[in-house]
Write a new protein. Structure first.
Length: 544
């Protein structure tokens, strides 16, 4: 998670159950966050043990996949309700609100009590379901399309409304969530679904939310300061295929198909070249030399395989990474300038340490980039006008970024720089990030102030994935980094302590199959093979 944390101390292998506050002690963010992580893991493990890898309650079985009626090309319906994946609750919200057919109005024009439902306003061409919430309904539930929303009078013109809608005793309307309108997965409007058999699945992961993505986090009574961040569950319905006809893919098969080879592994340590005889002085070439405690974040930018360090033609496609000494938390909301080299920012940072300077690398991104797991453009800061809050970049970011303020465009500062490869310095690729070069006994890459990392060689061959990251706490008190180690022996047989190669700390993705479908002309051809699992509630299993 990209936020201003001291470190992440939670480890499930320690089997801690409580974080106990003591009187007169310093309070750290890591302690509070560890308590939350302990409790959350307990609940999710318990849910997994009771439910299984994935499943939904029979009385609110969510994420049903069905064709829209009438059929709509390159889209399909995602049913409302709950579904659990590895103990994580996924929800498709669809609150029903009453509607009224006005006597003098046409039968397809209805008045609604609430204009915003489930956080979404009624929009032109939006799909909704109309039903009669009466024991003896006058018509079957029908999916219709809004053609004439009038917010002033709170009326909707419904295309395809039942002819006897005015006869219903308790007519209601609820939003229909579809593949292209799901809230947390921005499917391009022109996305085409080719013919064949596809596995539809849900991809579940957690996204960090700060005040930039949700301004309501700030307390205006205190002047709107930046306080705590949030973690949000993201449930994205996706397709993979074409796949062979047959049984639904298992979560393990989905993971292998989607993620490919093994994730890269990383070692970290503080460089140790000499030892000082004065305990009050840290030699300039020894260990961690930073003046501040830092939480370094190493994050994969471009996916793929590591560069071999020799073949020039492979540089353009080799995996790259970026790093931040502030866990990637130094961000600047964009308020104007999308598609140009000049962007206008909301602020330029709280202080010199958390501000921008000429020559800094920044990543331009918004919600769409994050939700599609795409890396944003890395550009250099060329000039800063602190009076107008404008920044001139080395290139123009995506024209769509900053065009829609509701997608929360921002600049994120990264701290990597090019160095001398003969001394472990980074080599930057054409995308502005550092090339990943794997090592074994040697081949350490230097970040800054003595902090070094090494991407571990296989086997098996590593496949680096955009967004994968590692966290490295660096502490001035020990002039070292906090990283797990193990005893070993060098080539001469002498005992040494070496850092352990770790897989990425995140982002952790969880997958569950929903349905196997056959697509023709962009629409689902019945029947739909159900892949979801269902469990009964305790009330249903208890004799009455």
């Amino acid at each position: 998670m990209k936020a201003d944390f001291t470190r992440n101390t939670f480890s499930p292998l320690k089997h801690f159950t409580l974080v106990l506050m003591q009187q007169g002690r310093v309070q750290l963010d890591a302690d509070w966050n560890e308590q939350a992580a302990i409790q959350l893991r307990y609940l999710r493990v318990l849910a997994t043990d009771l439910i299984g890898r994935h499943g939904g309650p029979s009385d609110n079985w969510g994420f049903a996949i069905a064709a829209l009626t009438p059929p709509v090309a390159n889209d399909f319906r995602i049913g409302p309700g709950h579904y659990y994946v590895d103990g994580i609750l996924c929800e498709v919200d669809s609150t029903a609100v009453p509607i009224f057919v006005q006597p003098a109005a046409p039968g397809n024009v209805v008045h609604v009590q609430t204009w915003t439902v489930d956080g979404v306003q009624f929009q032109p061409d939006q799909y909704v379901e109309v039903f009669d919430d009466d024991p003896a309904p006058k018509f079957v539930a029908t999916v219709v399309q809004i053609k004439g929303p009038d917010q002033t009078h709170r009326t909707l013109t419904l295309h395809g409304a039942p002819p006897n809608l005015a006869d219903a005793k308790a007519p209601k309307i609820r939003r229909v969530v579809t593949y292209k309108t799901q809230p947390d997965y921005p499917v391009p409007p022109d996305a085409q679904l080719g013919p064949g058999i596809y596995q539809i699945y849900v991809d579940v992961w957690e996204r960090q939310i700060t005040y930039v993505e949700d301004d309501s986090i700030r307390e205006v009574a205190l002047g709107g300061p930046d306080t705590a961040a949030r973690a949000k569950v993201v449930c994205q319905v996706k397709l993979t295929g074409p796949v062979p006809a047959g049984a639904c893919l298992t979560p393990r098969q989905l993971r292998d198909r989607l993620l490919g080879g093994a994730a890269g592994r990383l070692k970290a340590m503080a460089k140790q070249d000499s030892t000082s005889t004065d305990p009050c002085i840290v030699p300039p070439d020894a260990r961690y030399r930073g003046a501040e405690n830092q939480l370094y974040r190493v994050e994969i930018h471009r996916p793929g395989a590591a560069w071999d360090g020799i073949t020039e033609s492979l540089k353009a496609s080799a995996a790259t990474f970026k790093w931040s000494r502030e866990n990637g938390s130094v961000i600047f909301p964009i308020v104007g300038g999308g598609g140009t080299t000049t962007v206008t920012l909301e602020n330029l940072g709280r202080d010199d340490r958390l501000s921008l300077a000429e020559g800094d690398w920044v990543e331009v991104q918004d919600d769409d980039y994050v939700l599609r797991n795409r890396a944003g453009n890395l550009l250099r800061v060329q000039a800063i006008d602190r009076t107008s809050m404008t920044v001139i970049l080395s290139g123009a970011p995506d024209a769509n970024v900053a065009a829609d303020p509701s997608k929360h465009p921002l600049l994120r500062r990264w701290d990597h720089k090019e160095g001398d490869p003969t001394e472990g310095g980074l080599q930057l690729a054409g995308d502005g990030a550092a090339l990943i070069i794997e090592g074994s006994d040697g081949g350490w890459l230097s970040l800054e102030d003595g902090v070094q990392i090494q991407f571990q060689m296989g086997p098996p061959a590593n496949s680096y994935r955009t967004g994968d990251y590692w966290l490295i706490p660096a502490r001035t008190a020990t002039a070292d980094v906090e990283w797990p180690t193990e005893p070993a022996k060098d080539r001469s047989g002498n005992p040494v302590i070496i850092p352990i190669a770790l897989p990425p700390a995140g982002v952790q993705h969880h997958y569950a199959p929903l349905a196997m479908v056959t697509l023709a002309n962009g629409t689902i051809t019945p029947p739909v093979t159900e892949c979801r699992k269902k469990f009964e509630t305790l009330v249903e299993r208890t004799p009455q």
